[in-house]
Design a protein around this ligand. Structure first.
Ligand code: IMP
Length: 422
């Protein structure tokens, strides 16, 4: 029997590219969908049949009856938030507890991890990262420090293990003089969430996933955040704390590199970033405001304004290389329908030096733009490529030529149907 493959769908810029919609569109073709990194800092929005769902930790395959769903060892999970998310799905008629496999090796986000996240940010003053406040950084820090608690821990002597780590965190909080927090209510929900999680299939997900591959089944690895938020390859220290890029698929699921198939790199027709950190293409004028307004560019998790700018080919090409992207997925093109001119950043310049390579630190680099004419036509109702306006076709060709990578999917609106396969 031919072995199955793991295809990956990765956000390749700063996250928020619309992965939820595309994973949902892809899932019927896969036997399983697996999250490999991150936690409730993600917010994957899915719209269909007039309903809107925002998934944080739960894989997007949950809406597809025959798809198995996995939360891999590379993820971090907050039991209370997980339970809340699952109950929203229950209310809509789904039964997530029965359909989710959670890695016993995934790390738990404790209530005190969230307090630590806020305390560390407050202590950083103007250098703060602008985290989502979900405890992501402190949880991955404890994982690396080998003191974290894992999902498997909830099955034995958990109360003592929990109390020991909590005490350690409270000591740090006292040292930081951060005492303005109350855990009572959160802890109650958190422990309720722990009980809820026990109804899911807690297992060695790497064993299950490799068994599926051996049976010839195909898996979709659902990325979270974006390549430029990767702990190694992102704009450190303004990054998340996990490996969001392709390497994270292997370490975060326990699958081998030779089992990786296609790598879909998802990006928008323009750029956004939420949180602090350098962003050379950021627009501070009314054009940026218009992109934000038309594109509804407000954080799915935090509600914060997303910073907006034109497409950045330096960043895009860097991410394509790091991830070995085989196919591009171009989202939210309809947001640019009304613009007379569309700019694309082709290089960065600083102190008389020009580069198309990603600098060590992008702070202070200025974008060099090429201008293309806008298509000035509504795209949202178009379902076949041949009906695209010529100027939009030119935009697509321009990106393909400058990235040397085919654009496999073009999205022209939020609905499932507004997705054109090429
Ligand atoms: P953290 O992941 O909460 O630690 O946040 C670190 C940085 O990553 C902050 O700038 C966040 O705004 C950003 N970030 C985290 N998750 C996402 C996401 O899913 N989409 C976009 N930005 C994110």
């Amino acid at each position: 029997m031919t072995k199955g493959k793991v295809d990956a769908l990765l956000g390749i810029v700063f996250g928020d590219e619309g992965k939820g919609k595309v994973v949902d569109f892809f899932t019927p073709r896969y036997d399983a969908v697996a999250r490999y990194a991150g936690g409730p800092n993600a917010g994957h929005t899915i719209l269909f049949e007039g309903k809107k769902f925002v998934l944080r930790s739960i894989p997007s395959g949950i809406f597809c009856e025959n798809t198995q769903n996995f939360i891999g060892n590379g993820c971090v999970i907050a039991p209370d938030l997980f339970m809340k998310e699952a109950r929203e799905l229950e209310a809509a008629g789904y039964d997530p507890a029965k359909r989710i496999h959670i890695s016993m090796r995934a790390h738990l986000i404790l209530p005190t991890h969230r307090v630590l996240d806020l305390a560390y940010e407050a202590a950083k003053g103007k250098n703060k990262v602008g985290t989502t406040g979900k405890g992501i950084g402190p949880t991955y820090s404890d994982k690396a420090a080998r003191i974290g608690l894992r999902v498997g821990d909830i099955l034995e002597n958990f109360t003592e293990k929990y109390a020991a780590l909590k005490a350690r965190h409270e000591q740090i909080l006292r040292d930081l003089n951060y005492t303005n927090y109350d855990l009572a209510e959160t802890e109650r929900e958190w422990f309720e969430g722990v009980e809820y999680m026990k109804r899911c299939h807690l297992c060695n997900t790497e064993t299950e996933l490799n068994r599926l591959l051996a049976e010839g089944k195909n898996i979709l690895a659902e990325g979270a955040q974006g390549s430029l938020l990767d702990i190694d390859h992102g704009t450190y220290p303004f990054v998340s704390s996990s490996s969001t890029t392709i390497g994270g698929v292997c370490t975060g699921l326990g699958v081998a590199p030779r089992d990786i198939g296609r790598v879909f790199g998802i990006f928008k027709a323009y750029s956004t970033r939420v949180g602090a950190g350098p962003f050379p293409v950021e627009l501070f004028d009314t054009v940026g405001d218009e992109i934000r307004r038309i594109g509804h560019e407000y954080g799915a998790v935090t509600g914060r304004n997303r910073r907006c700018g034109w497409l950045d080919l330096v960043a895009l090409n860097y991410a394509i290389t790091i991830n070995g992207v085989s196919d591009l997925v171009l989202m939210k093109n309809d947001v640019l329908d009304t613009f007379d001119t569309i700019k694309v950043c082709t290089a960065y310049t600083k102190d008389g030096v020009t580069t198309t390579d990603m600098p060590y630190d992008t702070a202070g680099w200025q974008p060099i733009y090429e201008e293309l004419p806008g298509w000035k036509t509504p795209l949202t109702d178009i379902r076949q490529e041949e009906y695209f306006p010529e100027r939009f076709k030119n935009y697509i060709n321009y990106i393909e030529t400058h990235t040397n990578t085919p654009i496999h999917i073009v999205s022209v609106g939020p609905d499932r149907e507004a997705t054109i396969l090429r």
